[in-house]
Design a binder for this molecule. Structure first.
Ligand SMILES: NC(=O)c1ccc[n+]([C@@H]2O[C@H](COP(=O)([O-])OP(=O)(O)OC[C@H]3O[C@@H](n4cnc5c(N)ncnc54)[C@H](OP(=O)(O)O)[C@@H]3O)[C@@H](O)[C@H]2O)c1
Length: 237
């Protein structure tokens, strides 16, 4: 990564799972990180990391599905950074055990607000900072479950719809941001051992995040929102 010591990154949903692993690896690379989470006071792992890395890790409050929270957050970030090299749209939710005939519109709306709408709104709010970054990139954490071509059964419909929508949001982000040199990537992290992925998942968050950051580093040109697996292979839309 260019100029690692001045690399500025922002990770949403950073208090656990993949988000926390992103924060650890970005700090290990020597950059500065904004780690957002809903309740900073309860984010023990992040607070401990902040104490270990004075001045390099900033833990800020953000509920990605709230307009007011995103607005306040964007102002807080602009007070800390005058440019941004990497925005990781990682925060996400998965409604499980959904059945046809019993779908809950509120659950669907909450999931779409979190997984689909929020990443695009956050990119919109932070675009001025990304424009001032060096080789700026947006990484949307998508899922292979968002592949329409691979949807062969009625399970986790809301999550699948939200990630398919996120993939389209990524292409729209790219249309808006590529002219300013800002690349956009939508990548599946694989099946990862987190609260969401469960204990049977084969990958650790560390393994998944290492490959995702390598992807951001090595993907040539200004990516226009491709939908990729963590090794950089295209996934079917
Ligand atoms: N694990 C997998 O196998 C897998 C596979 C494919 C894709 N993914 C994607 O990877 C990303 C990270 O997942 P994970 O496995 O690390 O899940 P996780 O352990 O369940 O963590 C989810 C994170 O998102 C945050 N979050 C949820 N709703 C939020 C909201 N409204 N505002 C702010 N933060 C919110 C959570 O915060 P709280 O702690 O406050 O709830 C938590 O930090 C997600 O986008 C997920 O869809 C994961």
């Amino acid at each position: 990564m260019d100029k690692a010591s001045s690399h500025r990154a922002l990770v949403t949903g950073a208090n656990r799972g993949l988000g926390l692993a992103f924060v650890r690896q970005l700090l290990a690379r020597g950059g500065r990180v904004v780690a957002s989470c809903r309740r900073p006071a309860d984010a023990d792992a992040l607070q401990a990391l902040a104490a270990e890395h004075p001045g390099r890790l900033h833990v800020l409050a953000l509920s990605v599905d709230s307009d007011a929270s995103r607005l306040a957050f964007a102002r807080d970030v602009a007070d800390l950074f005058d440019g941004l090299e990497l925005l990781v749209n990682n925060a996400g939710m998965l409604a499980s055990r959904e059945q046809f005939g019993e779908l809950d519109a509120q659950v669907m709306q909450q999931t779409l607000a979190t997984n689909t709408v929020a990443p695009l709104m956050l990119v919109q709010a932070l675009a001025p900072l990304l424009q001032r970054g060096v080789r700026p990139r947006v990484l949307n954490i998508s899922s292979a479950l968002g592949s329409i071509e691979r949807a062969d059964a009625f399970n986790t419909p809301t999550y699948r719809i939200s990630k398919a929508g996120l993939n389209m949001a990524g292409v729209m982000m790219a249309h808006a941001l590529n002219p300013a040199g800002i690349g956009v990537i939508s990548a599946s992290p694989g099946w990862v051992r987190t609260d969401m992925g469960g204990s049977e998942a084969p990958l650790t968050p560390e393994q998944s995040v290492a490959s995702l950051l390598a992807l951001v580093d090595t993907l040539p040109g200004v990516p226009a929102g491709p939908f990729l697996d963590r090794s950089g292979e295209p996934l079917p839309w």
